[in-house]
Design a protein. Sequence first.
Length: 87
Amino acid sequence: MLEGARLAASLLEIVELASGEVVLRRPDGEGEPLVRIHFSADSREYLSDARLEIARAMIEAGIQAAAHLAGGEAELEFIGAREDGER
């Protein structure tokens, strides 16, 4: 389980990979992504350019729920939602 204190100091990025998968990872790209979201082809077509915003909302809700269950608060800063390769 994630610890609230650890979440408070995290700086993370949301990236859409070339495969279409959206991941939450550390900005240095080290290690495995913390979260992976895979949208089906139908979902990608339906959501179009809103995919990153939808993924961000899903990730934020999950982090808030995990922090609440751990008895803390999540204070995360996302440096951006982008396609891989952009900065």
